[in-house]
Write a protein that binds this ligand. Structure first.
Ligand SMILES: *[C@@H]1O[C@H](CO)[C@@H](O)[C@H](O)[C@H]1NC(C)=O
Ligand SMILES: *[C@@H]1O[C@H](CO)[C@@H](O)[C@H](O)[C@H]1NC(C)=O
Ligand SMILES: *[C@@H]1O[C@H](CO)[C@@H](O)[C@H](O)[C@H]1NC(C)=O
Ligand SMILES: *[C@@H]1O[C@H](CO)[C@@H](O)[C@H](O)[C@H]1NC(C)=O
Ligand SMILES: *[C@@H]1O[C@H](CO)[C@@H](O)[C@H](O)[C@H]1NC(C)=O
Ligand SMILES: *[C@@H]1O[C@H](CO)[C@@H](O)[C@H](O)[C@H]1NC(C)=O
Ligand SMILES: *[C@@H]1O[C@H](CO)[C@@H](O)[C@H](O)[C@H]1NC(C)=O
Ligand SMILES: *[C@@H]1O[C@H](CO)[C@@H](O)[C@H](O)[C@H]1NC(C)=O
Ligand SMILES: *[C@@H]1O[C@H](CO)[C@@H](O)[C@H](O)[C@H]1NC(C)=O
Length: 896
């Protein structure tokens, strides 16, 4: 009680402070543009628009009067159809010319918004159907080409004939920004002209959309599975800027950059539910507070409470775009539903352009908490499909993800889509040519008011009491955060990994961390790690290697189970490998790779924190174990998963990554027995197709003899090791077992000998006897054998292995179905495989000391359904299993 009475006054002071702070925040925008030039073309002096913003006229003596060709003067005019519903500023007047004219804006260096406003109408002496022109910026970027506002307005389906275009252009030091309007060259029959009603130049923060030194943000390339830079030599065109689930926001409601935000409802293809928290106080601890207006984050679209429905559908938006360009897609998120407080409660998959952009999106994990805005950037190429096609649709789709406490839902608060200039610095697409277009983005008028169509809200309001309670909570959190971690102190944490070096102040290391992608990697304090591992309690050790020990532990107040790898400072894996592993793992996102959650580097410790794989290593399920034997189908699925993961390492990235230590203890199984490849500590990126020559590393029994001889590391070395894994899975035998007769020591060699002698069936796992469909068995043994061939060049690629294993799985499933029909009670087995001689191996097994009571147990069990672990597992029914399929399937797991 005493504590509370002391705390209360402090809280009150804080509350008052915050409240006063909030009212200030509401009245002044978060960002003040250094350059802010709204230019009203065709008028004299200053005019005020509906939002009380002052626009400057471009007619003499204005300092922004355009530069024209000497004998071809432009004229100024008013539109012919005087529509009273049109905002007079900037649409009430225009500048028009049959020859080119240039506006020159003296501005500071850095990125600028350039907005062009057009009213598609005829002006005295100028017929709207003859307005065709090109707009260039700084003689470099083509913003519009042979542009016709009239055609666009005719096809837009909107009643209003006003249009606006927004671009982002970087201005270098000592440069001016100039905009040139060039009429399309006239023909014998027509004389074309150019016109413009309004121009706006507004500065933006350098970190807003471009990647730069101090901004560690790297959009994720959905096609290349890689991190990208948006360099300042790129020009952007805003195509869509949407406030999901909210109303449109006028330029004055923006954070100071006069961006207009529209409603998403015209583009939402599926149903959705709208949570809204209109007064919610947001915590800008993950992104700068001027990224988007608060109202963008205070509303969202979610799927709703019907889990059955959610698992069967996607939350999809279809956004019309020009094909043939790269697009930057920025998705804004903020978890605003009070019941969602922990990572794993609302995980979801993000598809962009029907490709997996994020297999495990989790807003709480990205933002580190509720009410905390965060965004993610993706880049996707929209290809040209047909010659006659001038608009495509970019789909953004969300699908519920899976975790133990998941509510099977997804959320999106806002989205921005930008077209990126191509290699010719062009942003212009063709004029629309058919009436069958999807409706283009609704034109935003500056000065349009925000409250338009407000419908179908399921608003979750907050009463004043709850609001105050939240504020109090916010105070506590703020105080606690400030005290607890210094990493949020100085700079806005665009990237959490950015802050790791604050503790050791190493400058060189800071630059290194700069290559770490945003939001994927979290820093733990040594305290947190010590608490999680009970000060590195030996009882919690789950693995030991040359690098050090791996512990099991809970973080986040016991809510999240993780694997903690503590690197031995004396181990050969030095700081270099440590950073390499962080860098690499945080860039790799794949359902069949173990994900890195974070790291700790306090007091020179090198600690990596991974997802905990509750089902341990693959080896634990094969031999020397008291775990139940894995059914054959499940073994195949695990092998396919691991092959997918390796194939991704080999081919999914710009530089292939060679794992170098593929073995059954580095293939881990999660709670659903989905295989995840782990341990990239020894991995090495392959450079340009050339083989990587280094010291021989790896594990005996799995080591590629070709590599050991020639010291030339290629992806095929991983293929060899994977072949050994395949034999291990089939035979439940160690890769190297010196307790056996010498010729059997090395499993790969022995298996090859057995294959030559036609006795392979004799050394398979006894638990599998009678359960292998003969044709599946044959395909499987073929694959395994081809993987362990002596010469790397004779071995298949991981992609081949993946495909063939999927084929083997299909054969097994077909055979099982056929057998089920004739033999519904499942007693009968595949006799062909049974007919292999078994007598000898039992002997081997005995001296091998591998099996205890398993044989009889599994002999009596019913095959195929003997999945005693009760695990749910993705079904792989499709003909060829590609990694994407596995992605999707994992998400659909546990429909039952
Ligand atoms: C926004 O963030 C900046 C930089 O962190 C800070 O200086 C400013 O006070 C913040 N403004 C508001 C209204 O929170
Ligand atoms: C017009 O506005 C600009 C900037 O807002 C200001 O500098 C200028 O003095 C104004 N001119 C007139 C004639 O009011
Ligand atoms: C643009 O990027 C280049 C290279 O990163 C940099 O040198 C330059 O300063 C940047 N320009 C501006 C205005 O930020
Ligand atoms: C757009 O429609 C208007 C009215 O029907 C027409 O006068 C105009 O010529 C059309 N524009 C073009 C470029 O065809
Ligand atoms: C426009 O800018 C470009 C590049 O800065 C320059 O070469 C050109 O002379 C400028 N044009 C005018 C009319 O100022
Ligand atoms: C949930 O969705 C399923 C599938 O569309 C539907 O059959 C069911 O009636 C829905 N349940 C409720 C309570 O609306
Ligand atoms: C969701 O969208 C993705 C990408 O387009 C697609 O592969 C998947 O089948 C969709 N899922 C459902 C349930 O519609
Ligand atoms: C992409 O997804 C959308 C929406 O689900 C669907 O309509 C479209 O057919 C898909 N396109 C392809 C090529 O699969
Ligand atoms: C300009 O666009 C119009 C309408 O799309 C087209 O008919 C014409 O050929 C184009 N002209 C040039 C020079 O591209």
């Amino acid at each position: 009680m005493a504590n509370i009475s002391i705390l209360e006054p402090i809280m009150l002071v804080f509350l008052l402070f915050l409240l006063s702070y909030i009212s200030i925040a509401n009245s002044t925008p978060r960002y003040t543009a250094v350059d802010n030039i709204p230019l009203n073309c065709g008028s004299v002096g200053n005019l005020t628009d509906g939002d009380k913003r002052i626009w400057i006229g471009d007619m003499e003596p204005s300092k922004f009067a355009p530069i024209e060709e000497r004998n071809q003067k432009s004229v100024t005019s008013e539109p012919q159809s005087q529509d009273s519903s049109i905002e007079p500023v900037p649409y009430g007047t225009a500048r028009l010319s049959y020859s080119q004219f240039t506006y020159v804006f003296p501005v500071t260096s850095g990125p600028k918004f350039v907005r062009l406003y057009f009213y598609a109408d005829s002006y005295s002496g100028f017929d709207e159907s003859l307005a065709f022109f090109t707009v260039k910026a700084n003689n470099k970027f083509t913003l519009l080409r042979n542009f016709s506002a009239s055609i666009l307005a005719n096809y837009s389906g909107e009643l209003t004939r006003t249009l606006s275009k927004e671009f982002c252009i970087n201005v270098e030091k000592d440069q001016k920004l100039n905009l040139t309007f060039i009429p399309t060259p006239s023909t014998a029959s027509s004389r074309f002209f150019a016109f413009v009603n309004g121009i706006e130049i507004v500065s933006m923060p350098t970190y807003l959309y471009y990647s730069s030194e101090e901004n560690q943000r790297r959009p994720f390339d959905v096609d290349q599975h890689d991190q990208l830079l948006i360099e300042n030599s790129t020009a952007l065109e805003m195509i869509h800027r949407l406030n999901m689930g909210g109303s449109s926001i006028s330029p004055n409601g923006d954070t100071g950059m006069f961006r207009a935000w529209s409603q998403d409802s015209p583009y939402l293809l599926s149903g959705g539910v709208i949570p809204r928290q209109p007064n919610l106080e947001l915590k800008y601890t993950a992104i700068p507070n001027d990224t988007a207006p608060d109202d963008v984050y205070r509303s969202a679209i979610t799927m709703g409470p019907n889990i059955t429905w959610n698992l069967l559908s996607n939350l999809t938006w279809g956004l019309p775009v020009d094909p043939g360009f790269n697009y930057l897609v920025r998705l804004h998120f903020c978890e605003i539903e009070p019941s969602i407080t922990m990572p794993g409660q609302r995980p979801f998959i993000i598809y962009i352009d029907n490709k997996t952009a994020a297999p495990m999106a989790d807003v709480i994990m990205w933002s580190d908490g509720r009410d905390t805005p965060v965004f993610q950037d993706y880049v996707v190429m929209i290809r040209e499909m047909r010659v006659d096609q001038d608009k495509s649709t970019l789909f953004i789709a969300l699908h519920p993800g899976k975790s133990t406490n998941a509510i099977y839902d997804a959320i999106l608060n806002g989205a921005e889509v930008f077209k990126l200039s191509d290699s010719n610095n062009n942003l212009a697409g063709p004029n629309p040519s058919s009436a069958l277009l999807p409706s283009p983005p609704p034109a935003q008028q500056p000065g349009s008011t925000s409250n338009s169509r407000k419908t179908r809200f399921i608003a979750i309001g907050t009463s004043v009491g709850l609001f105050l309670a939240l504020l109090t909570l916010l105070c506590c959190v703020v105080v606690w955060k400030l005290r607890k971690s210094k990493r949020y102190g100085s700079y806005y944490p665009v990237s959490k990994c950015w802050f790791w070096s604050d503790q050791n102040k190493g400058k060189s290391k800071r630059t290194k961390a700069s290559s770490l992608p945003e939001g994927l990697c979290r820093q733990f304090s040594l305290e947190e790690i010590k608490t999680a591992t009970r000060n590195f309690d030996e009882e919690l050790v789950i693995g030991v290697g040359g690098f050090g020990k791996v512990y099991r532990g809970f973080v986040d107040d016991g809510t999240m189970l993780v694997a903690i790898k503590r690197l031995n400072p004396e181990s050969k894996q030095g700081p270099k490998e440590f950073w390499k592993e962080i860098e690499m793992l945080s860039q790799l996102r794949h359902v069949h790779l173990v994900s890195l959650i974070g790291y700790s580097n306090d007091e020179r410790e090198m600690i990596l924190v991974y997802d905990y794989m509750s089902n341990g290593t693959l080896r634990e399920h094969l031999y020397d174990t008291d775990k139940d034997s894995l059914p054959w189908i499940q073994r195949l699925e695990i092998c396919i998963g691991a092959a997918c993961g390796l194939n991704y390492l080999h081919t999914g990235l710009k530089h292939p990554i060679i794992h170098r230590d593929v073995k059954t203890t580095n293939i881990l199984l999660d709670e659903n027995c989905v295989a995840k490849v782990s341990d990239f500590g020894l991995s090495k990126e392959g450079q340009d197709d050339k083989a990587v020559s280094t010291m021989v590393k790896g594990t005996f029994g799995y080591l590629d003899p070709d590599y050991a001889r020639r010291r030339q590391l290629t992806e095929k070395s991983d293929v060899y090791s994977f072949g050994v894994v395949l034999f291990e899975v089939l035979c439940a035998r160690k890769a190297l077992n010196p307790r056996l007769e010498e010729e059997q020591w090395n499993l790969a060699n022995w298996a090859r000998k057995c294959i030559q002698n036609g006795t392979m069936g004799e050394i398979i796992d006894l638990n599998l006897l009678g359960k292998l469909a003969p044709n599946c068995f044959k395909v499987y043994v073929d694959i395994a054998e081809s993987c362990v061939r002596d010469q790397g060049s004779q071995r298949p690629t991981m992609n081949d292995v993946m495909d063939k294993l999927s084929f083997a799985l299909q054969l097994q499933k077909e055979a099982d179905v056929a057998k089920e029909k004739v033999n519904p009670d499942g007693k009968e087995t595949y006799t062909e495989v049974l007919s292999f001689h078994v007598s000898d191996i039992t002997e081997t097994r005995r001296c091998n000391n591998i099996f205890s009571g398993h044989v009889s147990e599994s002999n009596s069990g019913t095959w195929l359904t003997s999945n005693n672990t009760g695990m749910t597992y993705p079904s792989l029914d499709s003909d060829t299993v590609k990694c994407e399929d596995v992605f999707t399937d994992t998400s659909n797991v546990s429909k039952a």
